[in-house]
Write a protein that binds this ligand. Structure first.
Ligand code: SAM
Length: 231
């Protein structure tokens, strides 16, 4: 899986791949990254990438030409390039999107800056538009990393143990059951005793019950959906 980041600030993103699971994914050659800076595609003397808003309004907007040229250059060498724009107006990204997009061969994440991107660029190039939540970030770089991270763990070969993906939160609209590790007693608090007895059938059904209760308590919206879908 190839990830291309279109950004005015590639260094913000690059450091995330210097450690841990995504670094290993690159070393194992199951994922690959590329960075494209729209500033390198400007056709003006000063490498200017922003312009004031037409029609009034505070701040600047990313101008269309450098982005259009940058995206066309990516498309000209990759027929698989799938363009994803990070924007507060996009669909709220979720785990189903992460799984679905992990099947693509080449994802291109386009990060806005300033007051965002000229709408005509979105209309021309966007395959999908995603938001990571109802708040405003200074740029799309963090959002693109959120998507890349969540998608990558579903790419075969990225996780050391792919069983980790089973029974995770949001599978079947449920949150994962409470989890414990050693020691059995920590600051006088004991773990659930049944977990120590080694009866895997019983542990599995207990975990399912706990998972239901946890979802009902923390995410009543998911719990309701799960019930309606008869899962
Ligand atoms: N003026 C824009 C608006 O009100 O919708 C916000 C622009 S924001 C300051 C700059 C860039 O950050 C956006 O173009 C987008 O790429 C990114 N961004 C901000 N919030 C985001 C969010 N919740 N999800 C995804 N991207 C976001």
């Amino acid at each position: 899986m190839k990830f291309t980041f279109v950004t005015l600030f590639p260094n913000i993103i690059k450091c995330y791949f210097e450690d841990s699971i995504l670094k290993r994914g690159i070393e194992k050659k199951v994922i690959d990254t590329q960075f494209v800076n729209p500033r390198d595609f400007t056709k003006n003397r000063y490498k200017k990438v922003d312009e004031p808003l037409i029609g009034g309004g505070a701040g600047m907007l990313m101008s269309p030409q450098p982005l259009d040229s940058a995206l066309n250059s990516i498309k000209s060498v990759s027929k698989d390039a799938y363009m994803i724009f990070l924007t507060p107006s996009g669909k709220r990204f979720n785990q189903q999107d992460a799984k679905r997009l992990s099947k693509k061969r080449h994802l291109v994440f386009i990060s806005g800056r300033y007051e965002g991107i000229d709408e005509r660029i979105l209309e021309t190039h966007a395959n999908e538009q995603f938001s990571i939540g109802d708040y405003i970030l200074t740029g799309g770089e963090l959002a693109s990393l959120v998507l890349c991270d969540a998608i990558s763990r579903n790419v075969q070969g990225v996780l050391g143990n792919e069983d980790s993906l089973k029974d995770e939160s949001f599978e079947n609209e449920l949150l994962e059951a409470p989890a414990f590790t050693k020691p059995d007693i920590f600051k006088k608090n004991s773990i659930i005793k049944e977990f120590l007895k080694g009866n895997h059938g019983k542990i599995a059904s207990l975990k399912y019950e706990l998972s239901l209760l946890k979802t009902k308590y923390y995410r009543p919206d998911l719990y309701k959906k799960q019930k309606n879908e008869g899962k």
